[in-house]
Design a protein around this ligand. Structure first.
Ligand SMILES: [Fe+2]
Ligand SMILES: [Fe+2]
Length: 352
């Protein structure tokens, strides 16, 4: 079980960490005395809020780090240069000093958690490892560049897509989803869920060659317009309010603008990004398309997108099991193509 342990020896330090993290991450409160007697720490990330200027504390922290597999962050009560240089002898982990800059602290926490998730990829088949390691870099670069008004790094993205197609040949979609499940970069995680679901499913349906390449690339880029949505909306830990929804629902329109200006993408791929929120009964967005105007690639993207959203464990909603998500999707008759949902359901349940 992956979790953050907040190990503290003063109420003040704990409260600072707690108020920075509580809306965004789940964590366990561990009094320093308990950690010192217990010895082993099994958290994915240990955040030490302790005064390491104290010699006994320092020695105990040293022992605890030695016994831990997880990532480490430090929050020091004061800016004491002796403590900081001692800390640097002990570990390369980042440190913060009270009062905390909550935003920076959350970013460091997210990076440390992502490092711990990415380490677990080394247990996967080499082809899957390659696909995930390549995609985490290329997707991050793509999102950042597009957010800055720069072009999509298409060679990098296509290279990652090739590795994802290779990974799909091995099957095991559940394995792919599990490897990404705890990644804290929501846009990356969601896009990889969608891209993986589409590619693995399409491969199992016998789709190959240029058509499979297009579905993979379309899946990876399907929400590229979200790079233009303000982060406070995109990464909001709670439900969006009406005003925020209006802004969020602009993302397919932004995707169209971004993909149109590249000149590299055909209309079918762009349609996956622009229309995956359309519904067969015409009640979707952005254009209210219905029936035959929604082609098979868009229908597949919509299924992968809904499935990925339902099984995702965003902090405010909790995740659904694959079975429960597929069951629910079976009731989305005016929205999704039920023949494809049935095929997707048996593929997912049989092949995982
Ligand atoms: Fe979307
Ligand atoms: Fe999506």
């Amino acid at each position: 079980m992956r979790y953050i342990g907040v190990i503290y020896d003063s109420k003040q330090a704990y409260e600072a960490v707690s108020s920075a993290l509580s809306s965004y991450f789940q964590f366990r409160k561990i009094p320093f005395e308990d950690c010192a007697t217990d010895g082993a720490l099994d958290a994915s990330l240990n955040i030490f809020c302790v005064n390491i200027g104290d010699k006994t504390t320092f020695e105990r922290v040293k022992g605890a780090i030695k016994n831990s597999q997880g990532e480490t962050l430090f929050v020091l009560p004061t800016h004491n240069s002796d403590s900081i240089s001692q800390l640097h002898h002990l570990t390369t982990a980042d440190h913060f000093v009270l009062p905390l800059d909550a935003e920076q602290f959350r970013t460091a926490t997210k990076s440390a958690l992502n490092r711990s998730v990415e380490k677990t990829w080394s247990a996967l088949e080499p082809v899957k490892q390659k696909a995930l390691k390549s995609a985490v870099v290329s997707f991050g670069k793509c999102f950042d560049q597009v957010a800055n008004g720069e072009p999509i790094p298409l060679d990098d993205i296509k290279d990652s897509c090739q590795h994802i197609c290779d990974a799909a040949e091995l099957g095991g979609l559940d394995n792919w989803i599990n490897a990404l499940d705890d990644h804290h970069d929501y846009s990356f995680r969601h896009s990889m869920f969608v891209c993986g679901s589409l590619t693995y499913f399409a491969h199992a349906m016998g789709i190959c060659g240029a058509e499979l390449d297009q579905l993979t690339l379309g899946g990876l880029l399907h929400d590229i317009g979200k790079s233009r949505i303000p982060l406070e909306i995109l990464d909001k830990p709670g439900k969006l309010d009406d005003r925020e929804w209006v802004i969020m629902k602009q993302h397919p329109v932004y995707s169209q603008e971004i993909l149109d200006r590249e000149n590299d993408f055909d209309a079918n791929l762009i349609a996956m990004a622009v229309y995956h929120h359309e519904k067969l009964d015409g009640s979707g967005y952005p254009d209210g398309l219905s029936g035959a105007k929604i082609n098979d690639h868009i229908r597949l993207t919509a299924i992968a997108d809904v499935y990925s959203a339902l099984i995702d464990k965003r902090s405010y909603k909790g995740s659904m099991t694959s079975e429960a998500a597929l069951e629910m999707m079976g009731g989305f008759k005016g929205h999704l193509d039920m023949d494809l949902v049935r095929e997707f359901r048996s593929f997912t349940l049989d092949n995982g």
